[in-house]
Design a protein around this ligand. Structure first.
Ligand SMILES: CC(C)(COP(=O)(O)OP(=O)(O)OC[C@H]1O[C@@H](n2cnc3c(N)ncnc32)[C@H](O)[C@@H]1OP(=O)(O)O)[C@@H](O)C(=O)NCCC(=O)NCCS
Length: 210
């Protein structure tokens, strides 16, 4: 499969922040990711990688490598300085990220975003499926989140996965005082939810493999 989900590490954070800036009107301070990844044992963060980008970028020699090869012998034998500008192929291949907190038996989705250049391909859905899979693995019974009232794209995605509106948090977002809709799944271990989830997941994986 072209896309892979990995656990987010500290070295992924610069690229995550880059995507976050493109995806959200306001962003977390960079220190928030360090706290989430290193100090919060209830937090689970993932990144989504596009292996095609990884392969393409790995095949292209970096600018510093090209410069090294162009230097006259014997200088060309000296190691080149680290490329300050070009991100590593590993970082460049990250096209989305997401996270949740386990609170007792509830998974609270804290963030989910895809790079604007990679939207409409099923990748936001793949991230959500991965979060629900994690929720099963860590023993959560429900999944919940907040979403801006104006964010119809995200609401559609959540509704597709059985999230239902359960209330409103007024003026929840500090950047524009927008209200948040609170959404919850049914119990994810119920036979009906599980069956629907597995069907949706199978359809998505087929689409992404194609
Ligand atoms: C929300 C977000 C993650 C969706 O990611 P995406 O990769 O574009 O979405 P997908 O291609 O996986 O689409 C999955 C579903 O989302 C909904 N959706 C996607 N694009 C849509 C659009 N332009 N209009 C309406 N619904 C849309 C649909 O329900 C779609 O399912 P379908 O393909 O069966 O119609 C992405 O738009 C994003 O990063 N937004 C900015 C950050 C954000 O708002 N995060 C949510 C915070 S609560």
């Amino acid at each position: 499969m072209r896309y892979v989900v990995d656990r987010m590490t500290m070295s992924d954070v610069p690229r995550v922040i880059e995507i976050e800036r493109l995806a959200y009107p306001s962003t977390w301070p960079p220190s928030a990711y360090r706290k989430e990844l290193q100090d919060n044992r209830w937090a689970h963060y993932i990144v989504l990688r596009d292996k095609h980008i990884l392969e393409e970028q790995s095949a292209v020699p970096s600018e510093s490598e090209k410069a090294r090869k162009n230097r006259p012998f014997p200088l060309s034998l000296l190691p080149s300085r680290p490329a300050a500008l070009a991100p590593s192929p590993d970082l460049a291949s990250i096209v989305g990220f997401a996270g949740l907190w386990l609170m007792v038996d509830e998974s609270h989705v804290t963030t989910i975003a895809t790079h604007p250049g990679h939207r409409g391909l099923g990748l936001g859905e793949f991230l959500l499926v991965s979060l629900i899979d994690i929720s099963y693995n860590i023993g959560a019974k429900w999944v919940t989140l907040e979403v801006r009232v104006s964010n119809h794209t995200a609401q559609n995605l959540y509704r597709k996965y059985g999230f239902r509106e359960a209330g409103v948090r007024h003026r929840y977002y500090s950047d524009n005082q927008e209200d948040a809709i609170i959404m919850w799944t049914d119990e994810i271990n119920s036979a009906s939810y599980k069956q629907k989830f597995l069907e949706l997941k199978a359809t998505l994986l087929q689409k992404l493999e194609g």
